[in-house]
Design a protein around this ligand. Structure first.
Ligand code: LLP
Length: 450
C-alpha cells in the first residue's frame, strides 16, 4: 500500500489525510474530490530547498504552477518563500490576484502573446524566459514602450532525450521549445539579446523533461549548459549570472517507482554542476530550478465513489475482468489516456482490509476511460470510497469539462481541518458562457431573406 506524506489508516480502518478521515471528506464535500495535503506540500518545499541550500547556497527555487495552481496554492508558495513559474496569462493572473509578489514570478511560454508580454512587463514580473527570436523583438518593443528594463533568461535546448513519456520530453533537439545549442541558434539568441537596450540578460534556461526517475538526463543537461556558459564567455565575453535547469524530478505513482530523494538529487546535480564549473573555471552562477510535480504530486489524493461493478469474460488470459466504475474519470484525470500514466488505488473505507481483489478502475465518460488497470484493492462494493494517491500534479491543472462534467472541488487538509480552496463547479457554471442567438429561440428556423 502506498501511504504518502501524512496519510495513515485511522482507528476506523479508514484512510486519513492531513488528519482528516477520507470517508468523512467524501461525505462532507462530495465526490469526485481533490484533496490537497498542506503539510506534505510545505514539507516537500522545505526539504527540497534544504537539500540544495546546504550544498549550493546560491540557489533559488520556483514552484512550477503548471502542476497545480489556484489562489490558495499561490499563497502557500508565497509563504514558503518560493518563486513561482507561470506559463500563461491565466497562471500569472491567478498569482497576481492572490497577492503573489510579481518580482518573484518567472514567466514561461513558447509562444507568448503581445497581451501576455504587456501584462508581465506592466506588473513587473521578475524574469521572463524568452523562447525564441520573435519573442525577443516583441519583448524589446514592449519594454521600450513601458520605459522599463526587463530581466530575461534565454531558453535553450540542450539536445537530450530523457527516459520519460515522449509527450513530456522537452529538452531533445527536435522540439518546439527554446533555441538549439548545437546549431548555433542559442548563441545567436544571446548575442542579439545582449544588444537590446531594454533587456537585461540574466542567464540561460533549460528543462529536459518531466517525471524523471533517475538523474542521468539532468546531469547531462547541466554539463551541456556549463559548456554553453563557457562558449558564451569565449564567444561573447558574456558571463551567465543565473543558470536555470527547470524541473522534472519524478514522484511515486505506484510502489515500484523509486525516484531519487531530494538529497540524492541535490547531491548529484550540485556535484556535476560544481565539477563542470571548476573544470571550465567559470564563476558560480545562481542556480535556479522549477520543480512542480516533485513538490505537489504526492500531496494530492482524488476521492471517488464507486458505482457499477461488472464482471466481464476475457480470453487472454482466460478468466474474468472486474470493471469498477467511479464517478469521475478522464475529465478530472486525463493522464492515463494521454501519457499511459499509472496509478494505484485503495478503498478508503476499507483501508485495513486485505487488498485481494484485482480490478480495473473505469471512469464514467462516454469512451473507454480506464483510470487504472489491474490494481489490487479490498473487495469493492457500490458506495465505497476509492482513493487514488499522487494526483496533486497535472490533474486538476489538466481537468476538463468533457461530457459537460462539472470540475470537482478541491479541499486543503491540515491537522484535522478541511477547507475548500476550489469550489465544485455547478451545472449552471457549465452554462455561464453559453449564448443563444435570438434567431434560434423560435420553434422553427427563421429563413434568411434573399
Ligand atoms: N519548467 C518548465 C519550463 C516546464 O516546462 C516544466 C514542465 C516544469 C518546469 C515543471 O516540471 P515538473 O517538475 O513538474 O516535472 N502534463 C504532463 C507534464 C508536463 C510538464 C511540462 N513542463 C504530465 O501530466 O505528466
Amino acid at each position: 500500500m502506498l501511504l504518502l506524506g501524512t496519510q495513515r489508516i485511522n482507528e476506523q480502518g479508514h484512510l486519513e489525510i492531513g488528519g482528516c478521515d477520507a470517508v468523512e471528506l467524501a461525505r462532507q464535500f462530495g465526490t469526485p474530490l481533490y484533496v490537497l495535503d498542506e503539510a506534505t506540500f510545505r514539507q516537500n518545499m522545505r526539504d527540497y530547498r534544504r537539500a540544495f541550500d546546504k550544498r549550493y547556497p546560491r540557489n533559488e527555487i520556483a514552484y512550477a504552477g503548471k502542476a497545480l495552481l489556484c489562489m490558495a496554492v499561490a499563497r502557500i508558495v508565497a509563504q514558503e518563500g518560493y518563486d513561482l513559474d507561470v506559463a500563461s496569462a491565466g497562471e500569472l493572473y491567478t498569482a497576481l490576484k492572490a497577492g503573489f509578489p510579481p518580482e518573484k514570478v518567472v514567466f514561461h511560454g513558447n509562444n507568448k502573446s503581445l497581451f501576455e508580454l504587456h501584462m508581465a512587463v506592466q506588473h513587473g514580473v521578475g524574469r521572463i524566459v524568452v523562447d525564441n527570436l520573435l519573442e525577443l523583438e516583441m519583448l524589446e518593443r514592449v519594454a521600450a514602450e513601458a520605459g522599463k528594463q526587463v530581466s530575461i533568461l534565454i531558453r535553450v535546448t540542450p539536445g537530450i532525450d530523457p527516459h520519460t513519456h515522449r509527450f513530456i520530453r522537452t529538452g531533445q533537439a527536435d522540439t518546439k521549445f527554446g533555441l538549439n545549442i548545437r546549431n548555433g541558434y542559442a548563441l545567436e539568441g544571446v548575442r542579439r539579446a545582449l544588444a537590446l537596450p531594454h533587456l537585461r540578460v540574466k542567464g540561460i534556461h533549460c528543462h529536459v523533461g518531466s517525471q524523471l526517475l533517475d538523474t542521468e538526463a539532468q546531469e547531462r543537461a547541466v554539463k551541456i549548459m556549463v559548456d554553453f556558459m563557457h562558449t558564451l564567455r569565449k564567444q561573447l565575453n558574456y558571463i551567465v549570472e543565473e543558470l536555470n535547469i527547470g524541473g522534472g524530478l519524478g514522484i511515486r505513482y505506484i510502489e515500484s517507482h523509486q525516484p531519487p530523494t531530494f538529497e540524492e538529487y541535490a547531491e548529484r546535480i550540485v556535484g556535476v554542476l560544481t565539477q563542470q564549473l571548476e573544470r571550465r573555471n567559470l564563476p558560480y552562477p545562481t542556480l535556479l530550478q522549477e520543480p512542480g510535480r516533485a513538490l505537489v504530486g504526492e500531496a494530492g489524493v482524488t476521492l471517488y465513489t464507486i458505482g457499477a461493478i461488472k464482471q466481464v469474460p476475457i480470453h487472454q488470459p482466460p478468466g474474468t475482468r472486474t470493471y469498477v466504475a467511479v464517478d469521475g474519470g478522464m475529465s478530472d484525470n486525463p493522464r492515463p489516456q494521454l501519457y499511459d500514466a499509472v496509478y494505484t488505488a485503495l478503498v478508503a473505507n476499507k483501508a485495513n482490509q486485505p487488498a485481494d481483489t484485482v480490478v480495473t478502475i473505469a471512469g464514467k465518460h462516454c469512451e473507454t476511460d480506464i483510470l487504472i488497470r489491474n490494481v489490487a484493492i479490498a473487495q469493492p462494493e457500490p458506495g465505497d470510497i476509492l482513493a487514488v494517491p499522487s494526483t496533486g500534479a497535472y490533474n486538476y491543472a489538466m481537468s476538463s469539462n468533457y461530457n459537460r462534467f462539472p470540475r470537482p472541488a478541491m479541499v486543503l487538509v491540515n491537522a484535522g481541518h478541511a477547507e475548500v480552496i476550489v469550489e465544485r463547479e455547478t451545472l449552471d457554471d457549465l452554462l455561464a458562457h453559453d449564448r443563444i442567438p435570438e434567431r434560434l429561440r423560435s420553434e422553427q428556423p427563421v429563413m434568411e431573406r434573399a
